[in-house]
Write a protein that binds this ligand. Structure first.
Ligand code: SF4
Length: 408
């Protein structure tokens, strides 16, 4: 029996697919070279934009034809759908969404929630030098345009020792490059320290919370049998959450055999001074950071529920550049978010020019149900305007870098 996995979306989905491959291998399946030769086709879905969702429906439709063709020959094809689409549908309490996707894709045999695969399966990786290592899953931030908190749920960090162990095993197998993956990697560990329940309700923490908790000393906590000083990330001058991310980077860098350590994605508001110092002190950490900005306009950022201003973002970039030489940055930008005016777009364009990104994932805003933006705002920027803005940024960032050989 053979399986084939088609992955849509981000690095987190790529990493999930490697664990799904392992699940299939444990059942005695072999990897098929193409869908044509597979007995089971698994589609790992993405819902970040409508286009990504429609590509899934299109693929399932084509596979249903193949399934019917095989049925007439007395053969079979199993279609499995997993990833964000299933995550969102199974989290929606009324069950309407699950019924709806089942109705839209009647040929699908199984809707597999990714949580059921778990982390017990050692991922099967095709690349023999570079490995994705998930360190957390889900997100607590609720940017108003984003479906991730609904598709993947609230943020849960993998146990610290499990992450370290996986990295060590990879390096023992002669892997040299590791990318840590999570929706917001730089707040890794907040739930391990505060407890999952608290991290879900607290958005800003204060000293009294700590004094009332088991970690009476605000500066040191007992973790993994040692006393460590967690990094506190700040937002608007207030302590937000403690993280173990700098600590984790330092411990991974100390492992033998590592050549380069990378991470994706980090959020500007959780990028602490300690994190910058950790990167500066460890040459093995990549000199390229992916730091999503989404917009360069303060009113847009507020509407998006992004917790920083244009000025704070630029200040962070300068701080990193001043402390670490040869640093390059890539980013995510959304154009045409609800109500975005020409002037607001120009602020984004200007910010892109000021930073000098080496690459950007520029996307035209796509209205997604369940998000706050869908409920509160109107997707009122015409498609032609979105496209024009997209083209301008593509030319300014990506095409120019490709021409100059600085695209990264
Ligand atoms: S930080 Fe915002 S954009 Fe990123 S996954 Fe979380 S909600 Fe989505």
């Amino acid at each position: 029996m053979k399986y084939y996995i088609k992955t849509f979306g981000c690095a987190a989905n790529e990493a999930d697919s490697e664990r799904i491959a392992s699940l299939y291998a444990s059942r005695g399946f072999k990897r098929a070279r193409s869908m044509k030769t597979a007995d089971d086709v698994v589609i790992n879905t993405c819902m970040i934009r409508e286009k990504a969702e429609n590509r899934v429906y299109g693929l399932v439709y084509n596979l249903s034809k193949e399934k019917e063709r095989r049925r007439l020959l007395g053969k079979s094809l199993k279609i499995v759908v997993t990833g964000c689409m299933v995550g969102m549908a199974t989290r929606e309490k009324t069950g309407k969404m699950l019924s709806s996707i089942k109705k839209k894709m009647p040929s699908v045999d199984e809707f597999l929630p990714i949580e059921e695969v778990g982390f017990d399966f050692a991922p099967i990786r095709i690349d023999k030098k570079h490995a994705w290592v998930p360190i957390s899953n889900g997100c607590n931030n609720f940017c108003t345009f984003c479906v991730v908190p609904f598709t993947r749920g609230r943020e849960i960090s993998r146990p610290y020792q499990d992450v370290l162990m996986e990295c060590k095993e990879l390096l023992d197998k002669k892997y040299t490059h590791i990318t840590l993956v999570g929706q917001n990697v730089n707040c890794y560990g907040a739930d391990l320290i505060l407890g999952t329940e608290n991290v879900h309700v607290l958005r800003d923490i204060e000293k009294p919370f700590f004094q009332a908790s088991k970690h009476k000393d605000f500066q040191h906590i007992e973790f993994n049998g040692k006393s460590i000083k967690p990094t506190y990330v700040k937002h608007l001058g207030r302590l937000r959450i403690p993280t173990l991310f700098p600590e984790l980077l330092t411990d991974i860098c100390a492992l033998k055999g590592l050549v380069e350590l990378d991470f994706i994605s980090s959020n500007p508001w959780d990028f602490s001074d300690e994190l910058i110092e950790t990167i500066a002190a460890n040459k093995k950490i990549s000199r390229h950071i992916h730091l999503p900005v989404q917009s360069g306009d303060n009113a847009m950022l507020r509407k998006m529920n992004r917790w920083y201003t244009r000025e704070e973002y630029l200040e962070l970039i300068s701080k990193i550049k001043n402390q670490i030489s040869n640093m390059t940055f890539s980013t995510d930008i959304i154009v045409g978010f609800c109500g975005e005016t020409e002037e607001q777009f120009e602020h984004t364009f200007d910010l892109a020019r000021t930073v000098g990104f080496s690459k950007a994932y520029v996307s035209m805003y796509s209205d997604r149900s369940m998000t706050a933006a869908h409920k509160v705002y109107t997707d009122d920027v015409p498609h032609a305007v979105k496209k024009k803005r997209w083209e301008l940024l593509e030319e300014e960032i990506n095409k120019t870098n490709i021409r100059n050989g600085t695209y990264r």
